[in-house]
Design a protein. Structure first.
Length: 355
């Protein structure tokens, strides 16, 4: 800690070394309890050096988020840093999700103080996700450098580490889903129903794998969740831009949803909405009939069903963990999620029925 407070210029210490020192401190105290002197020193240093090292900028934006009144889903999960690391490693979002889960396996194997059964179940779920997503990945050979500095818990609660990794992996899943649905939409615009069907089917597989992440999160002890949740107020996955982009790639949300807290929390994504093409619109414009169209309709129904299952599991998980407490994104919590069960991704109209 004394080293951090005496660093005045970045030349005195390389960016990665500084970030390692800070991460060490975060792991000792929890991000929420970093000493004021450390935060003030980092703030000054960052103002002086911003723009010189993108990784350090993203790292310090996360570490200093609460102090700067910018504590949100993005900064809690250090998502800009995760994206930089992903680009640097040259891996797609799916492989990044696998790496993040492999890190959970590594972390949990070292766990002490957790009952052996919970630990084993947790490791099993994370291992299954890795095996299903990237079978060639060696859990014992994870990237070093900035990758290891992308989990910045706010507390000393053991379970928070894997919770952060599960949320980050979910972000990767939603990014993959958006890419698939945008590609399916482009295929429809070219009249290529087979290519569109292949993309939608892949999205179904990716979504089904995301269910494994929920099984993993379900191993969290509610008491552990509440122990760190007191420090995450203001950060909620309702602010996930990746999730809302996926929604927009599938169809146009109802006017009611677009003006609700769901999109109030992602103003940048809401601003993109008017100019975006989406799968439902392309499907209606094409007005295809026949066996190929029927195949595509089946795939779309499977994706809709996978999303409904995802929302149902999420709702049950939130009910078990939260009870009647409000959400950290300031909604009323579980009742909000119950209403979300009525939403649908696709608006295929009479075209799909005729297929
Ligand atoms: C302990 C586990 C969890 C609890 C208690 C929980 C609770 C909640 C609550 C109450 C909301 C409503 C917004 C708010 O006020 O915060 C919400 C929204 C959301 N959560 Fe979770 N959640 C949990 C885990 C997860 C996980 C693992 C994911 C995976 C990404 C996730 C994704 C989302 C998304 C995408 C929304 C926005 C839904 C929408 O706007 O339609 N949650 N969650």
């Amino acid at each position: 800690m004394s080293t951090i407070t005496t660093v005045r210029f970045l030349d005195e210490i390389a960016a990665l070394r500084l970030a390692r020192l800070v991460t060490g401190e975060v792991r000792r105290t929890g991000r929420h309890h970093l000493a004021d002197g450390v935060l003030a020193a980092l703030d000054t240093l960052h103002r002086r050096h911003r723009g010189r090292d993108g990784f350090l900028d993203a790292f310090l934006d996360a570490v200093l988020a609460r102090r700067r009144d910018r504590f949100r889903n993005q900064t809690y999960l250090a998502l800009p840093l995760v994206e930089l690391v992903r680009a640097d490693l040259g891996v797609d979002p799916e492989r990044m999700a696998a790496l993040l889960m492999a890190d959970v396996v590594r972390h949990e194997r070292r766990a002490t103080g957790l009952d052996a059964r919970t630990r084993d179940i947790r490791i099993r779920h994370a291992t299954r996700f890795v095996a299903a997503t990237d079978p060639a990945l060696d859990v014992d050979r994870l990237p070093g450098g900035w990758f290891g500095l992308t989990a910045l818990p706010v507390s000393l609660e053991h379970d928070e580490y894997f919770f952060i990794r599960a949320l980050q992996a979910h972000e990767m899943v939603f990014t993959t889903l958006t890419d698939e649905m945008r590609a399916a939409t482009r295929a429809l615009r070219l009249g290529d129903l087979a290519a569109a069907t292949a993309r939608v089917r892949r999205a179904v597989d990716v979504f089904d794998r995301a269910a494994m992440l929920f099984r993993l999160v379900a191993t969290m002890r509610p008491a552990a969740f509440h122990a760190f949740r007191q420090y995450t107020e203001g950060a909620s996955a309702i602010q996930s831009e990746a999730y809302k982009r996926f929604e927009l790639a599938c169809g146009t949300p109802t006017a009611q949803r677009l003006v609700s807290e769901a999109f109030d929390n992602v103003p940048a994504v809401r601003a993109e909405a008017p100019g975006l093409d989406n799968f439902s619109r392309a499907w209606q414009d094409l007005g295809a009939r026949g066996p190929a169209a029927a195949e595509l309709t089946r795939a779309v129904e499977q994706l809709e069903a996978a999303h409904q299952r995802w929302k149902t599991t999420h709702h049950s998980l939130a009910a078990a963990m939260l009870g009647s407490a409000h959400g950290s994104g300031h909604t009323e919590g579980v009742p909000y999620l119950r209403r979300c069960l009525e939403n649908r991704l696709f608006d295929l109209g009479p075209v799909a029925l005729a297929a």
